[in-house]
Design a protein around this ligand. Structure first.
Ligand SMILES: NC(=O)c1ccc[n+]([C@@H]2O[C@H](COP(=O)([O-])OP(=O)(O)OC[C@H]3O[C@@H](n4cnc5c(N)ncnc54)[C@H](O)[C@@H]3O)[C@@H](O)[C@H]2O)c1
Length: 436
């Protein structure tokens, strides 16, 4: 009887304790919501292993009975794990915080107006920072970032593709060495794809890799080149031939910086978004179709949807062994048209716009042409056909008697087709016939 009473009382105690635990559990998850909001605001990761270890050790010290204390770390780990799951769920719900999941190379892409001003809260700039930019990027952006760094060292290269060289790469390494950069320091790119590719490759190489943050300032770099970890310089006239896959620690996209970007550069970058929409996102293509004019486009939506498409491709094929080739849609002819000998004098995105036209079905082309025209992108061009063909044959993706191209029969899907060089030449004819 006494035993039964003792059991009953112990159960009553446990019931009350469990009630308190349930109340505390709810309180703890409420607190986790505040933490998640803070992390979303600053683009911080959910994981904070140092703090977790500290809290477990500290609280375990409160338990005097050694035997019971041993059970505490797994209990607390379990609570923390559930809390982190909840935080991740909340963070995924912020459409402007885009996680890129690549095992040890995972990172966040943050899209937020004004984030340049709050970069310090989002990037760890409390160290030596090599800030790489070019002389076409408005100085105010570079200064805004540099002012938030503990020890900034700004290097400004000349604007343009001509800066993606081993000479500029060497110059950046020289500055890092001279200023005593260690493995714990970092590189920040503030600029378009040229600066991002050059600075990223430098970060990948210095002391076998230091932290790299990308702050892209052109449409092309915000929707495309800052995502995916491809870094490179050109050499001996061959584009991107020396480089590395090296993921940034974070990408900070501030759409406000686009206000100073020349319209032609805006169109140039949007060509890459249209490319992604055609192969992968009919809803994004509708955004382009339905906008009454280029100025009326909701750029933030375009950036976010494009980043999501590229993120998804990169997550499935980080090192471009297969699927990632879909991103080359429009690029086979595009690279040919872009080669100096072709004589087009067009920007990369403009050449991609032209390069897409022959490699889609007639119905898709009929919808694509008005979109390109709305975005002030070319739908026909004057070019040296032999030079274009020569460049395509020398393209590193070329095979002996033809080339693999991405073809879009229906918006939102694609297939790979092998085309002979004669067929490619034929498609150029078609391109010349397309009327604006
Ligand atoms: N790594 C990748 O995955 C990847 C993908 C696509 C392209 N790329 C590379 O990207 C490069 C092209 O990048 P891009 O189109 O950004 O060109 P870019 O970097 O040359 O920038 C274009 C021009 O805009 C200026 N600029 C930059 N930001 C500005 C701003 N906010 N306001 C006013 N002017 C500004 C620059 O000074 C430059 O003159 C090429 O080298 C290409 O190979 C890389």
């Amino acid at each position: 009887m006494e035993e039964n009473n003792a059991l009953f009382e112990a159960r009553e105690d446990i019931l009350k304790i469990d009630e308190q635990i349930a109340d505390l559990f709810a309180l703890r998850f409420r607190a986790a919501e505040t933490i998640a909001a803070y992390k979303i605001e600053r683009g911080l990761p959910v994981e904070d292993p140092e703090r977790e270890a500290f809290l477990i050790a500290k609280n375990a010290g409160r338990i005097e009975d050694e035997t019971i204390r041993g059970f505490y770390p797994p209990f607390q780990n379990c609570v923390m794990s559930l809390s982190k799951q909840y935080q991740s769920k909340l963070m995924r719900e912020d459409p402007n915080v885009i996680p890129v999941s690549l095992a040890d190379n995972s990172y966040y892409i943050l899209i937020r107006r004004g984030s340049l001003q709050t970069a310090k809260g989002e990037l760890d700039l409390n160290r030596r920072v090599l800030v790489v930019t070019d002389d076409g990027v408005p100085e105010e952006y570079v200064k805004t970032i540099a002012l938030q760094c503990k020890e900034p060292h700004i290097v400004t290269v000349p604007a343009g593709e001509g800066s993606k060289t081993l000479q500029q790469f060497e110059k950046l390494l020289g500055v890092m060495l001279e200023k005593g950069f260690t493995r714990s320091d970092c590189v920040v790119a503030v600029g378009g794809g040229v600066v991002g590719d050059l600075a990223g490759f430098t970060a990948a190489s210095y002391m076998r890799g230091v932290d790299f943050y990308n702050v892209p300032t052109t449409v092309l770099s915000q929707v495309d080149s800052s995502v995916g970890g491809k870094t490179a310089v050109n050499h001996n006239g061959v584009k991107n031939v020396v480089g590395a896959f090296y993921q940034p620690k974070k990408v900070l996209i501030d759409p406000d910086v686009l206000k100073t970007l020349p319209q032609r550069q805006v169109s140039n970058g949007l060509a890459e978004s249209v490319k992604m929409a055609l192969t992968s996102d009919p809803a994004l293509f509708s955004v382009f179709e339905e906008a009454p004019s280029m100025d009326a486009l909701d750029l933030e939506t375009v950036i976010r949807r494009s980043v999501l498409i590229k993120r998804d491709v990169v997550q499935l094929d980080e090192k471009e062994s297969g699927l990632r080739r879909v991103l080359n849609f429009g690029h086979t002819l595009g690279h040919g048209l872009e080669s100096p000998a072709a004589g087009t004098d067009l920007l990369h995105g403009e050449c991609v716009a032209l390069g897409m036209l022959p490699f889609c079905s007639e119905s898709v082309r009929a919808r694509l042409i008005p979109v390109l025209q709305k975005l002030n992108l070319p739908v026909q061009a004057v070019f040296d056909e032999d030079a274009v063909m020569e460049a395509i044959k020398h393209d590193k993706k070329g095979k002996a008697d033809g080339v693999n191209v991405v073809f879009v029969s229906e918006i939102g899907s694609y297939e790979f087709r092998f085309l002979s060089f004669d067929e490619i030449r034929g498609s150029l004819e078609l391109l010349k016939k397309v009327k604006a």
